[in-house]
Ligand binder design. Structure first.
Ligand code: SF4
Ligand code: SF4
Length: 450
């Protein structure tokens, strides 16, 4: 079995993003292999922990993947301020005599965005709505890389490292089986609030969960890298719950056309055609706009929005939400079947370095300063009595179950097979257990003694 096949069999997907099946990325040849350890959202601790704890494994896996891709350059990109992590990785590189570089990034958001990282490391700009591979790069998150290393030894993805931060006694890294209830994770982190709400992921791009039933139903998946525990009335939840009609009304009445949203937009900075201030200016015309050509001219830029949130959470002095407006317009562009032309050779703006969003100021704007400066030192193992394993933890079609209720399974055994056509990924049992329930969404396993 070659590396791509091993990774496919093990069900490896992007651990730090939307869950793109990794075997697809590894089917290509690339000039540069980039390991993303920048972890740019405020408060998250997971990738730092992995770099400190598993430097040898990270360097070994990076070298193996780079050789597989035929890459001439192998780079681990992380924040320059991560001194302990850099020291650990440098030591591993020296001892292993590995041809791996470290790239020290500044502390800004979104340093961990793939396209931003490619521009920073190589100077090349990924085309609009393109992939790093379009400019000769493959990027994998550091957690994904460790899963690739496991796959090389025949081990499937069954566990996840994630940090839990915010309203907890102290930030902690957890090692939990896939399918562990998020409430078990929060309990393991000693919350300081009984009635908490959660952000699954980072405070900028994560999924807010405020409803108790939703919180109790949510589980760790292959892409869960962090939980932020917060009071339910925190600014971030109030902001996320604003109805679209209110957002539209505010946009039409309060936008002062200062263009800060455009000037700080990370996609605009790497030369993409995205000018949210112009979209906001035209928004009042949108409801009655029937001509598709006119719609494309006014709102086509929205297609290039990556949902990073810099415009709404940092740039806009009026508290408006170009991100959500763009999200809405993207849906309408799709509904109308409007094809937005792509710039395939964008050039970074000359002020790309000066217009970065500093993480400390962003953290203050998000109302998270009181949780700053506390770091996770421990890693605790979570061993739940039961898990619910979703069949879709990745971009693409859900996996199809291959086991039935009553079956006995061991951790690492195939539970649901990747769909044959298109993007999909295998799903494996994460504990030694018995299948007690199968639904269209996933399978529940109860732990058994072995
Ligand atoms: S969310 Fe805002 S800042 Fe981010 S890419 Fe979209 S328009 Fe630009
Ligand atoms: S930053 Fe806010 S006020 Fe300024 S142009 Fe953008 S949406 Fe309008």
């Amino acid at each position: 079995m070659n590396l791509t096949e091993a990774v496919k069999a093990a069900g490896v997907v992007g651990a730090g993003g939307a869950g793109f099946p990794t075997h697809v990325k590894l089917s290509a040849r690339a000039e540069c292999f980039l390991v993303n350890a920048a972890e740019c959202e405020p408060l998250i601790e997971t990738d730092k922990y992995l770099c400190r704890t598993f430097p040898d494994q990270i360097v070994a896996a990076a070298s193996a993947v780079a050789a597989h891709l035929g890459a001439k350059r192998t780079v681990i990109a992380l924040k320059g301020k991560y001194r302990a992590e850099i020291a650990a990785l440098e030591d591993a590189i020296r001892r292993m005599n590995a041809d791996v570089e470290l790239f020290r990034m500044k502390t800004f958001y979104p340093a961990g965005d793939e396209q931003t990282m490619v521009q920073q490391v190589t100077g090349r700009c990924v085309p609009e709505r393109g992939l790093p591979l379009d400019v000769g790069c493959v990027v994998d998150n550091v957690g994904t890389l460790l899963n690739i290393l496991d796959a090389m030894s025949g081990r499937a993805v069954t566990e996840k490292y994630l940090s839990v931060v915010g309203e907890v006694k102290e930030p902690v890294v957890l090692h939990a089986p896939i399918g562990t209830a998020l409430t078990d994770c929060v309990a393991a982190a000693c919350p300081t609030l009984a009635d908490y709400a959660l952000i699954v992921g980072g405070p900028m791009m994560g999924r807010p969960l405020t409803d108790r039933a939703e919180i109790e139903a949510a589980v760790v998946t292959k892409t869960t890298g962090n939980l932020v525990v917060l009071p339910g009335d925190h600014y971030l939840f109030r902001r996320a719950s604003l109805p679209m009609e209110t957002i539209r009304r505010q946009a039409k009445s309060a936008c002062i056309q200062c263009r800060m949203c455009t000037d700080l937009c990370p996609r605009y900075l790497i030369g993409h055609q995205i000018r949210p201030h112009l979209v906001m200016r035209s928004l009042w015309r949108e409801p009655g706009m029937e001509d598709d050509g006119e719609y494309l001219r006014a709102f086509g830029d929205a297609a290039n929005c990556c949902d990073c949130g810099v415009c709404e959470m940092f740039a806009c002095p009026m508290g408006l939400s170009p991100r959500k407006v763009n999200g809405c317009l993207k849906g309408e562009l799709r509904r109308r079947g409007i094809q937005v032309p792509r710039e395939t050779e964008p050039q970074a703006r000359e002020y790309v370095e000066e217009h970065k969003t500093p993480t400390d100021r962003l953290t203050a704007r998000l109302g998270l300063l009181s949780y700053c400066g506390r770091h996770a030192h421990d890693c605790r193992t979570v061993a739940p009595e039961s898990v619910f394993i979703p069949f879709r933890q990745h971009i693409g079609a859900p996996a199809a179950p291959v086991r039935a209720v009553g079956d006995t399974v061991s951790a690492g055994e195939l539970l649901a097979a990747a769909a044959r056509d298109g993007l999909s990924a295998n799903i494996h049992a994460s504990i030694d257990g018995v299948v007690t329930e199968i639904t269209p969404a996933g399978a529940r396993l109860r732990r058994r003694e072995v």
